[in-house]
Design a protein around this ligand. Structure first.
Ligand code: SF4
Length: 341
């Protein structure tokens, strides 16, 4: 008997969800910053295999109330609507308590569907889309070889919202490097102010040395930003976002300030004040916090007040300086971040 097939990743917020793999890898697989599915050839899974997996999952979770399910891997919306409808129907048949069925979706896969197809999928239970538009800047979308432009990113978001889907947009802070940091903050805020997604999920960029973006760094056309510079970019971005009913989230371990999260209508000032609290730290404490976060000693800014953790972070910093007094903390922190994705 074949095992249930599980893909390599899911969004952090889907940690309790049932995982149903409908495709393998990513059909685009050409974004210059992404190494997620590089070693994997894209394929659609035969529908019979997916149905068999759902049946086995139902046996495995017998008696348990499962309320959410994530469709793997990189972009389930690339599948034909009829094919997806069969999968959604089978999930509901075997898991009658399911309330949320969610998936990653590329912006151009969303815009290739008609509004009525999206509505039908929504009514069949696909009610939450995670879309990695990354940035609202055409210049940066081209730089990272995303394969769609900002108009498509905005259109796709608006279409998902019009179909009454819950929409999470993933945004990459620092993806324009020093050169396009302001462009990233401004254009991305402009795009999101039009889309008004339910969730804005920000991730700090970690450039992998073996990626095309890594080559740009070595050639000198892309300059890595320090943790502080990425935070300044985040502040600019947040300042330009409208006070709307979108939930802004720093949820991934790769992000420096996990406390910066909340509803943009009610919590924007508090989020900006947390960012300012970090930016206004004395230089030595700021560096200590950065190192403490990157070595998973600190998780929140308040952890700086914990004497034991403070000492531990000082020890980690000293160890780094003993090894290399000339260490470039921007490079070191990027290296740690890229290893976390
Ligand atoms: S970022 Fe998304 S669309 Fe781009 S290659 Fe990676 S998985 Fe595919």
């Amino acid at each position: 008997m074949k095992n249930i097939e599980i893909g390599p990743i899911r969004p952090p917020s889907e940690s309790n969800s049932l995982l149903v793999r409908v495709t393998r890898g990513c059909h685009w697989n050409k974004c210059y910053f992404c190494g997620l599915y590089k070693s994997m050839r894209f394929s659609m899974r035969p529908i019979e295999e997916i149905i068999e997996d759902i049946e086995k999952l139902a046996q495995f979770y017998k008696g348990k109330k499962i309320i959410s399910c994530f469709l793997q891997d990189g972009d389930a919306l690339v599948l034909k609507t009829d094919y997806l409808l069969r999968i959604l129907e089978t999930i509901h048949q075997y898991f009658p308590d399911i309330q949320y069925i969610t998936s990653y979706a590329r912006a151009d896969s969303i815009t290739r569907k008609s509004p009525s197809e999206l509505r039908i999928l929504r009514e069949a239970g696909l009610n939450h889309i995670y879309s990695g538009i990354e940035t609202g800047s055409d210049q940066i979308l081209k730089l990272i070889n995303k394969g769609f432009n900002a108009d498509t990113a905005v259109k796709s978001g608006c279409m998902a919202k019009e179909a009454d889907m819950i929409l999470s947009e993933f945004i990459l802070l620092g993806i324009g490097g020093k050169e396009l940091s302001e462009e990233n903050a401004t254009r991305t805020a402009e795009a999101l102010n039009v889309i008004r997604p339910d969730f804005i999920r920000v991730h700090a960029t970690g450039i992998k040395p073996e990626s095309k973006m890594g080559e740009f760094v070595r050639e000198g056309s892309f300059t890595l930003q320090s943790e502080e510079e990425i935070m300044i970019e985040q502040k600019r971005f947040l300042q330009q976002l409208k006070e709307m009913d979108s939930y802004y989230v720093n949820e991934h371990i790769i992000n420096l300030l996990l406390e910066v999260r909340g509803n943009l209508r009610t919590d924007k000032e508090k989020m900006l004040s947390d960012i300012n609290r970090f930016l206004n730290l004395p230089a030595n404490e700021k560096l200590l916090f950065v190192i403490g976060r990157r070595f998973n000693i600190f998780f929140m800014l308040d952890d700086l007040n914990n004497q034991e953790l403070h000492k531990k972070a000082e020890g980690a910093l000293q160890k780094i300086l003993n090894k290399n007094p000339e260490v470039d903390f921007t490079v070191l922190c990027n290296y740690i971040r890229q290893s976390q994705i």
